[in-house]
Structure formats: C-alpha cells, structure tokens
Design a protein around this ligand. Sequence first.
Ligand code: PLP
Length: 388
Amino acid sequence: MHEDLLRFREDYPILASSVYLVNNSLGAVHRRTAERLQQFYGEWAAEGVVAWEHWVPEMQRIADLVGRIIGAPPGTTLIRQDVASIMGAVASCVDWSGPRNRVVYSDLEWPSSHYLWQEHRRLGADVVVVPSAGDGVHLDVERLVDAIDERTALVPISLVLFRSSTLVDVRPVVARAHEVGAWVLLDAYQAAGVVPVDVVRLDADFCVGGSVKYLCGGPGAAWVYVRPDLAETLRPTQVGWFGHERPFDFAFEPLRPAPGVLRFSGGTHNVPSAYAASAGYEGVLAAGVDRIRERSQALTQPLLEGALERGFVVRSPRDAAQRGGHVTIDPGRSREVHDELLRRRFVVDHRPGSGIRVGPHFFNTADEVAALLEETSVIRAGLGSGSG
Ligand SMILES: Cc1ncc(COP(=O)(O)O)c(C=O)c1O
C-alpha cells in the first residue's frame, strides 16, 4: 500500500546506510535540512542583527507548518525549545494555592511530565496519578475519567503512549474535564506526523509535542497549540521577553502579554532549530499524514504478527487502529538483542521493562521491516535460552 511514497526515500540520506526504524525516537533527517541550516547561516552572515526582522515572522510561518499537521488554525501554535519548558509555562497559568489545584494523569505518561507535576506539590498542587490497567500497555480511561472532578485544574494526557504506542481515546477524558471546568493538556509528541491529529476536533485546550520523532525535524523545536480563546486570557507566570506585546521596545514596565499563543514564548527564539525542523515538516506534509498513517499501519501490522509468530512478547495493542507508529516487541534479552541489532545497522531503540521499539515511517519498505524481524530472530537464537 502506498508504495509511491517510496519515491521520497532519496530525501532521507540515512536510509542508504542503515535499516532505519527508529522514527519513534529520532526521525530520519531530511536532506533539505542542510540547505535550511545553510540559509540560516547565510542570513546571519549577510545581515547580522537585521536578520531578526525576518527570523521572527519565519518562526511563525514554521509554527504554522506544525499547525497544519495537527489541525491547528494559523497563528495558534508556537515553537519553543522543549516540551518540558512548555509544560512548565502551561502549569504556570494555574493558581496552585486555590481550591482548583488538582492535576490528574495516568502512570503511563512521559516521565518528565510526572516529574513536573510532582514538583508542583511544593506550590500546593494536589497530584493524582491514576494507575493504568497493569499491563504497561493499556490506559484505564474509565478510571481516569472518574478521578476528574471540580477540584481538577489540568489533565495532561498523551495521545499515543511512548512505551507501548497505544493510541488513547481521549474524547471521554476531554468531555469529563470540560464538564467540570478543567483543561486538557494533550501531548501529541508520539502521534504528530504519523497519526492524524486534529486539535480543534479533539477540543484540546493545549497540545504539545516536539519535532524529534515522526516530524523528522530534530531537537530544539518543540511546539504548543493553545485554544485561541484561552490564549487571549491566560497569564502564565513563566514568561520571557518574547512574550511581551512589543519585545523590541525593551520596555521596563509590567508585562503586556503578546497576543494569543505568543505570550507563551520564553526568551530568544531558537531560530536554527526551527529552520532545521521546517525541512522535516515539509517532508511530512508532502507525503500527507492520512497516507502516512495508512502506510504505517501496513508496515507495522505484519511486523506485529511476525513477532507473535516467532514467539516474541508484543507490548503494543494488537489492533492497528489502537496503535500509533511503533510496535514494542520483546524477544527476551532485549537489551542485548538491541545492541547487536545496532551493530548490524538495524536502528531501533530499547526501553527497559518494555522491549525493543520499532518505528517505521512512510519511507521504509516492507522488506526492511521483514529483515529486521529475521535479524532479531537470528540474534536472539544466538544468545541461547534465558530471559533478561
Ligand atoms: C510523549 C512524549 N512527550 C514528551 C517527550 C519529550 O519532550 P522534551 O524532551 O521536548 O521535553 C517525549 C520524548 O522524548 C515523549 O515521548
């Protein structure tokens, strides 16, 4: 299915030297990234400080490319360094000393999110961590919904879980949160670029993610969408001068927040990272996320079934419709198998307690996925019996 997408292979140089199946972790770099970085350098070299005059609007244009990928209207997304600092800025909109001081999330969230909320206990946050189904794969959505009440300020939730690739049905969570006046902070990092995301249809209050994974944009270009009506009224305390209405006035005065999502800016923009990331975004947009999704499912379903046939443990949902872009397989002695795969230029990653994550993208072939399985079997057999 969608073999025509393979015409894009030549845009991703690493495919010539590796079986590159780790797009769930670090997406393959697009060859135009080099041109974009060269352009950045050229502008800096030729114009010096004057380059800011187009770097600032260019940041917004690039943020809008992400917006197209996640269904956000133009002008409602912003690029910042990393998800952690964006989540911190969102958290800083909440009055943790007031009666609505609860944050509710599952124990399958990205650990850095957990660290952030745990630290907010010191500011008065009432942190409720809802246990998942116990298999490390499925989130207990009903239990999560039940834990959300009128004391809840925020519900951080991943659309695709980073370990198992489970695609979470967040709709009941959003509905319950909004029923009681809480905000939903959607983490779409593992979804963006491989699973269609529509922040407006999902009615997310905030949506965060980054560019390192299926967007193939590299580090330093995380992004946030803030619901437009909220963005006009919220007042983060974690602010920077780019969040001022007129940053280049350098006015020593109480902050006049920039309009909309721009008030969530921190300090100086990370321009080169955004330039680099834009090449990855354009690659994803050229292929189209709906088609990428179909292609991804056509590659991952045989992978999952092949893993089961070989007797490997699979720690991802069996049904492709309930999965994101990767499949987590545990052939036993996963760490050692992973290390040997890497030595043989089969690039995947490993998460302790879960197994080997295999994340093909639209430019991968069915043969590459089949070869990965075969190589995994050979390596595993060579290690002999025993787990670990
Ligand atoms: C779901 C999810 N959220 C957030 C992150 C990381 O965000 P950052 O390093 O930009 O803070 C990751 C992965 O690296 C992730 O998988």
